[in-house]
Design a protein around this ligand. Structure first.
Ligand code: NAD
Ligand code: TYD
Length: 344
């Protein structure tokens, strides 16, 4: 079972598994919140090894029923509320889904696998944000103490702790990965890269928080999906692996690069899109810098990002230029309300 498979990263994981493992039965469990979109999986929806279950991880009864029905032997758990800004305006939704929803899955897996844990695996997909914020130097290691600073990262940290506690207390076979910022096709246009591509395309202001000198480590989403495949199959039980892009960018430098690339795509004069940059009030409690040291995953399992940032960004922009219908669908309705509350 893959939870959150209709979302951004989940859809890339589902596609990779469906195409790579014809002998698996892959169940995508997703509640289809504002961030979930079955359009993301159009190309594989009729595959013989794929099943979609419209279900909510907050509904314990429904989750228990699905574990009884399918007798899952592996869970890859991505379903979550995932946007920091939304966690600042509505923390309870994050506590509910990310903490209680994860607990519901753990309880269902524990009941099904009790006494028969051999060959089972609960894979919890987490974030580097649980480690808090870095200064100008240093990297997050798997041993870095947790120090989450936003309601989003605190809820993810809580879920990581629960997974480890179930491993320790009930012998739940688990792995956890903590990944840096992803980008790529199907990314919901509330996060920096897709939001700014969309705004440049439609000539809207580019809302840069604070001084713009916040730093993130960007990874192409397909490389994250490859890492998940590798860790799911070959990662050691009870271990944590960091996943990162070896690719740090200050927001403002990244935004200028996006503007430059978009000028070319849109046939605008050089420098035209940069005029849309608009420094606005900072995000409360904004983490200054994230940077992952993914050496453990590289040394143990040989993983390294396969897509350069130049290639990945170019593919991402191509995708957003070619998928107006997808963008129009996800930016109508609820999105308009969110946008005006967040940025006006
Ligand atoms: P996303 O917001 O694009 O997708 C989340 C998916 O979960 C959606 O399909 C949504 O419908 C589903 N979902 C939400 N609540 C649910 C519920 N109660 N029951 C069932 N399904 C529900 O998120 P994403 O960016 O693809 O992130 C996926 C996972 O990866 C999350 O756990 C996130 O914390 C983690 N992560 C994300 C990033 C990133 O850069 N996006 C980086 C590291 C880790
Ligand atoms: P985001 O994509 O929300 O990911 P995260 O906060 O999980 O790292 O934001 C990436 C960076 O971009 C972060 O430093 C906040 C900044 N940012 C802006 O400056 N303006 C925006 O409108 C958004 C959404 C983000």
């Amino acid at each position: 079972m893959i939870t959150g498979g209709a979302g951004f990263i989940g859809s890339h994981v589902v596609r990779l598994f469906v195409n790579t493992y014809p002998n698996y039965r892959i169940v995508n469990l997703d509640a289809l919140t504002y961030a979930g979109n079955l359009e993301n999986l159009k190309d594989i929806e009729n595959a013989a090894n794929y099943i979609f279950e419209h279900a909510d991880i907050n509904n314990a009864e429904q989750i228990n029923g699905l574990f009884a029905k399918y007798k899952f032997d592996g869970v890859i758990h991505l379903a979550a509320e995932s946007h920091v800004d939304r966690s600042i305006t509505d923390p309870n939704a994050f506590i509910q889904t990310n903490v209680m929803g994860t607990a519901n899955l753990l309880n269902a897996a524990r009941t099904l696998w009790k006494g028969n844990e051999e060959g089972k695996r609960f894979y919890h997909v987490s974030t580097d944000e649980v480690y808090g914020s870095l200064g100008e130097t240093g990297f997050f290691l798997e041993t870095t103490p947790y120090d989450p600073q936003s309601p989003y990262s605190a809820s993810k940290a809580a879920s990581d702790h629960l997974v480890r506690a179930y491993g320790n207390t009930y012998h739940m076979p688990f792995v956890i990965t903590n990944c840096s910022n992803n980008y790529g096709p199907n990314h919901f246009p509330e996060k920096l890269i897709p939001l700014f591509i969309h705004n440049i395309k439609t000539n809207r202001p580019l809302p840069v928080y604070g001084d713009g000198k916040y730093t993130r480590d960007w990874l192409y989403v397909v490389d994250h999906a490859r890492a998940i495949d590798l860790v799911f199959h070959k990662g050691r039980n009870g271990e944590t692996y960091n996943i990162g892009g070896f690719n740090e960018w200050q927001n403002i430098e990244l935004v200028k690069l996006l503007c430059k690339e978009m000028d070319v795509r849109l046939g605008r004069e050089a420098g035209e899109s940069e005029k849309l940059i608009n420094y606005i009030k900072d995000r409360p409690g904004h983490d200054r810098r994230y940077a992952i040291d993914a050496t453990k995953l590289n040394k143990e399992l040989g993983w390294y990002p396969s897509v350069t940032f130049e290639e990945g960004l170019s593919k991402t922009i191509d995708w957003y230029m070619a998928n107006d219908e997808w963008l129009n669908n996800v930016t109508s309705g609820e999105y308009q309300k969110y946008y005006s509350t967040q940025y006006n």
